[in-house]
Design a binder for this molecule. Structure first.
Ligand code: M6R
Length: 607
């Protein structure tokens, strides 16, 4: 969850590090630090809180060098404090490292190192790694890192700097992401390409069990076993503009507004003249025809998109689908089924629980494909095929445009499966595709009319609890609406299947509890209206999200948000936009830190 960075080159090293850390602040932001080697030896600056605090320190006491390392932290071991902030150094004060991940055997390593006389000052697991490197050090930092690595257990990516070799960085990857950026006579290494998008257009993604060195002489990559790796470079498709707010108050708002474009791009990546193509996913048509069950695994918002996918696939392709949150799936006794296909959904492709789920599936020999937004991410290397959402870089911690892009992919996949299994003909699919092409336009319409949603936000921003209800395709939206609201506004919110409300949550309803009901037209509309009446009878405040052509909706609700009319399937992709906007404006009125909500990190790389 932390962000790490290293730089070797002629620019002002600390400025490159600070720039990169700010871009990666979404990965963690409770404290940060940088280190570089200048004439006086290894210098470290650390600060608690936002990167701006570190920038302030840097402007008072600048540190420079040819090479430097930096870190922004999301605390796991030890409270956020300067002592626990990275970089950590060894007893001699010559070696510094930054680390992302968790060193699981740090307890035993620490006791051994203490017995050998090493002095620890922090509560972190990371500090053992730098003392271990010191223990192996014999004048060559590369050899010392190579010697220390096999002793570390867990997930880690590290970057290491030594004042004896001040122009060189040694780094390694085991289960936590690490990517090298190749600029002109300059080199970057970071948890995410976003850190060096402004400076490099080519990248090398490290594999697990690889170690690298960057210096003015260039890049070398080795396996932990010592064998040199012939690495492949990839062009970076994202541009630096994607990491700017471009006039929007927050990244989240910018990304909500990017949804028409993200939907068009994602569609362009999977649509052909007369259907869909998932060439990167290597979906074997013979296998698809035999698929008897699909299992979807994901976390958070990606889980909600996966759940929507379950409804799409079951209704359209008539294949039974089960779905799990990854953290439960990995420790559950899942019963094997022949002819089953697994689908993992993950925006970042780096979520630790989802990666573990992929490993579990692979160990059982089942086929697995991933729906992800990040090219080259860890999950893409583990699965049989990938369907990319082309939503562009998502900076806001609260996922928005990737949810609609994932939902679109799941819908397209359902249609593809239905055709492959002979349930729908090409001709029958054509009207669905025609409607999908209209989605961006309909989204634009919602985004042009936010006045009403802002008004609703002002009316209810001080409420303590919210309920979100929906049935069938709208149930995942209720979950997503509640997740968005609690993440960024810290208001307690629950998403429920509307029919399940009477089995418990109805007890919460009173005149202070707004109940957002997604009530777009479907075969269950009448049942939803009954649920609304049950809420109203208990003085609950019903906020309806309804189709434009629904003339009755007003009579059932206290407050109404309308969206363009569409089929129930397309409505399920559209109706989340007002929910995202409602959460955004409520959080804004409450003065919350929308892009960096407390305690959260964008990619959760610990279990
Ligand atoms: O990168 P992933 O899609 O695997 O991330 C999964 C969740 O951590 C993520 O969706 C999280 O719930 C977001 N903060 C939701 O806004």
């Amino acid at each position: 969850m932390c962000g790490i960075i290293g730089y070797v080159g002629k620019r002002k090293v600390s400025q490159v590090l600070l720039h990169g850390l700010k871009k990666m602040e979404y990965r963690g932001y409770d404290s940060s630090g940088i280190a570089a080697v200048s004439a006086g030896g290894l210098k470290i600056l650390k600060s608690v809180g936002k990167i701006e605090n570190l920038e302030r320190k840097y402007s008072e006491t600048p540190i420079e060098g040819i090479a430097g390392i930096g870190h922004s932290r999301w605390a796991t071991h030890g409270v956020p404090s300067e002592i626990n902030a990275h970089p950590h150094k060894d007893c001699s004060g010559k070696i510094a490292i930054v680390h992302n991940g968790i060193i699981e055997n740090y307890g035993e390593l620490k006791s051994d190192l203490i017995k050998k006389g090493h002095k620890f000052i922090s509560d972190t697991d990371t500090e053992v790694a730098v003392h271990l490197i010191e223990d192996c050090y014999d004048g060559n930092i590369e050899e010392a890192v190579k010697c220390a690595l096999p002793k570390l257990k867990g997930a880690f990516s590290i970057v290491c700097l030594s004042s004896d070799e001040p122009e060189k960085l040694v780094f390694a990857r085991m289960k936590s992401p690490l990517v090298v950026g190749l600029g002109k006579d300059e080199f970057f290494v970071a948890s995410d390409v976003i850190a060096f998008l402004s400076f490099a257009r080519e990248a090398v993604y490290l594999e697990n069990g690889e170690l690298g060195i960057i210096s003015p002489e260039g890049l070398k990559i080795y396996k932990f076993s010592g064998e040199e790796v012939k690495y492949k470079t990839s062009m970076i498709l994202w541009n630096a503009d994607m990491a700017e707010k471009n006039g929007f108050k927050h990244f989240m708002l910018k990304e909500i507004y990017e949804q028409p474009a993200s939907i068009s791009n994602t569609l362009a990546g999977i649509i052909t003249n007369d259907g869909f193509s998932f060439s990167d996913a290597h979906i074997d048509l013979d296998l698809i025809k035999k698929v008897r069950r699909i299992s979807i695994v994901a976390c958070g918002t990606a889980y909600n998109a996966g759940l929507l996918g379950k409804y799409f696939i079951e209704q359209i392709a008539k294949i039974p689908v089960d779905i799990d949150v990854a953290s439960e799936f990995i420790y559950r006794e899942s019963l094997p089924c022949d002819d089953s296909l697994f689908i993992v959904v993950s925006q970042s492709g780096e979520t630790a629980d989802t990666i573990e789920a992929v490993k579990k599936v692979k160990s059982k020999g089942s086929g697995i494909i991933a729906v992800t937004n990040v090219v080259g991410s860890s999950i893409t290397r583990e699965v049989d095929g990938v369907i990319y959402t082309r939503a562009g870089f998502e900076m806001g911690v609260a996922a928005t445009k990737t949810f609609t892009a994932q939902s679109l992919v799941m819908y397209a996949l359902a249609l593809y499966l239905a055709e492959a299994k002979g349930i729908l003909s090409k001709n029958a699919i054509a009207p669905y595709i025609a409607e999908l092409k209209l989605l961006p336009e309909k989204m634009e319409e919602i985004l042009k009319n936010v006045k009403n949603i802002r008004r609703v936000a002002r009316m209810f921003h001080s409420c303590r609890d919210f309920l979100f209800l929906g049935r069938n395709l709208n149930y995942p939206l209720a979950l997503e609406g509640a997740l968005k609201l609690k993440e960024i506004s810290y208001i307690h919110a629950e998403g429920y299947a509307a029919g399940e409300m009477k089995h418990g949550p109805i007890a919460l309803i009173d005149c202070d509890c707004p109940v957002v009901v997604i009530m777009t037209k479907s075969f269950l509309y009448d049942k939803v209206i009954s649920n609304i009446k049950e809420v109203s009878a208990r003085q609950g405040i019903v906020i309806g999200v309804a189709s434009e052509d629904d003339m009755e909706a007003e009579s059932y609700t206290r407050v109404l948000i309308k969206i363009p009319s569409a089929s129930p399937y397309a409505s399920a992709i559209l109706a989340v936009l007002p929910l995202q906007l409602l959460s955004y404006y409520i959080a804004d009125v409450r003065g919350c830190n929308i892009d960096k909500p407390r305690n959260l990190a964008k990619s959760v790389t610990v279990e």
